[in-house]
Ligand binder design. Structure first.
Ligand code: IMP
Ligand code: MG
Length: 177
């Protein structure tokens, strides 16, 4: 049995479920930001597939940008230290920012990102995350729009990686210890 076949036997969340959830959350976001200037900021690289899904379900004149921040080395353990490796290019002053994230784990990355974006004087900063792992939270941060809550598993697929692999899986799976 190949690694891919083994992983495929352990699907936690299917693409179909994700697309349905994107539609639901997209509708809610459309209502919540009606008449407002909205900038979606995707976190590279994990949020790319989820960003692509959710943005198409938001019926507003919005702008998109990307940021790259890292708190992780190459393994599965958070270092707790966050670095901005690629900043956004759009002006967000006076606009609403919605960060599109793959997963909130310890919350350290998003806490730091939110604090950093607030320095640019946006009207608001909220979070739309595909996955939430609330049992692992260290920083005070929460998702305003949450796709799915997951248990304390190391999840992969749909943008989420283990050592940069498995991001292309069209479903969410997990790795055994
Ligand atoms: P946090 O700062 O601990 O909340 O983690 C932020 C980043 O760690 C996420 O954006 C992911 O890129 C990565 N991460 C956290 N948990 C997982 C996981 O279970 N699988 C893959 N990546 C993860
Ligand atoms: Mg990652």
């Amino acid at each position: 049995e190949t690694v891919a076949q083994e992983i495929k036997g352990k699907i936690l969340i299917t693409q179909e479920q994700i697309l349905k959830r994107a539609e639901e959350l997209g509708k809610q976001i459309t209502e919540d930001y009606k008449g407002e200037e909205l900038v979606l900021v995707g976190t590279l690289r994990g949020a790319v597939p989820w960003m692509a899904d959710i943005m198409k379900q938001i019926d507003l004149d919005l702008e998109i940008d990307f940021v790259s921040a890292s708190s992780y080395g190459s393994g599965t353990v958070s270092s707790g230290e966050v670095k901005i490796k690629k900043d956004i290019e759009l002006e967000i002053k006076g606009k609403h920012v919605l960060i599109i994230e793959d997963i909130i784990d310890t919350g350290n990355t998003l806490r730091a990102l939110k604090d950093y974006f607030f320095l640019k004087k946006p009207k608001s900063v909220k979070i739309c995350t595909l996955l939430d792992k609330p049992s692992r939270r260290q920083a005070e941060v929460y998702g305003d729009y949450i796709g799915f809550s997951v248990e304390d598993l190391f999840v992969i697929g749909y943008g989420l990686d283990y050592d940069q692999k498995y991001r292309n899986l069209p479903y969410i799976s997990y790795l055994e210890e």
